[in-house]
Design a protein around this ligand. Sequence first.
Ligand code: PHE
Length: 324
Amino acid sequence: YQNEALQVISQCGELSDIEEARIRFLGKKKGRLKEIQTQLSTAKPEERPELGKRFNAAKNAVEASLNSRKDELAKPVKQAAGLDVTLPGIASPLGKRHPISKTISEFKEIAGRLGFDVADGPEVEDDYHNFVALNIPDDHPARDPLDNFYLSVAQEGAGGPWLLRSQTSTVQIRVMEQVPPPVRIVSTGRVYRPDTIDATHSCMFHQMEGLYIDKHVTMSNLKTTLKMIATQYLGDDIAIRFRPSFFPFTEPSVEVDIQWGESWMEVGGAGMVDPNVLKAVGYDPEEVSGFAFGLGIERLCMKRYGVKDIRLLYENDLRFLSQF
Ligand code: PHE
């Protein structure tokens, strides 16, 4: 029995052959094992223990042989072309969103929950939207060629000279030129300044501008809004501070700091929109008032993730980026 079974099993070429052999040799109803078992019951009592032992040994051997042949057949076949499908594959690593993009999305979402729409404006701006309409006079130091990236293209037509915008406040003007009050928008994007690059400065960075114009908008609305944006992005424990400051396009103006280790870090500017700005876009300062703010996205992102050097955000080193 055993020899015959092992012979048949070794010739099985398919899993279905194995199943057939199993039924034939081990089947509980009509299999060969059943026959032998019936014969056993007719054996002399003194022979039974020995026969029982041999019966069990044969049964185990056939079972083991069936299982190992089955495993062999279940293994994938090596293909002639030299393709070994059992080798580990080459993983294709998934890309991730850049931390700045993630931060921008999150800010837009937070601002959206506070009722702000999203607006957009160009990175190459004219003198009018970057300075004039924002109440920045001709002789103001912010216009200094050493503090801006002016373009050397022909300055024909209205609005020249052209420059890479130094602030997203330009979008305040572009939106108010288009729509009558009330206005409640945020705008995110790149701004450019020829700053000396260090751990917290770059000649290009991102800002989120906010503008809210309506009847009876107050400074306390501004403070509440900024506090809510900061806590929703950085958590309830974040300390935020407002320092009196000056911007030509807001009055009064504040600078906004967040806690940075043992000290503070400036993350933006804000204030009540200056009546001259409202007049420049045809709004009536007697009718409406509003606030504006501009936040530095990199610094808030650095605070959130514990990034100590702003330059890491621009180097595109995968060892850094894959951590986000
Ligand atoms: N535009 C200012 C800056 O870039 C920030 C600011 C925005 C201040 C809006 C007041 C109101 O520094």
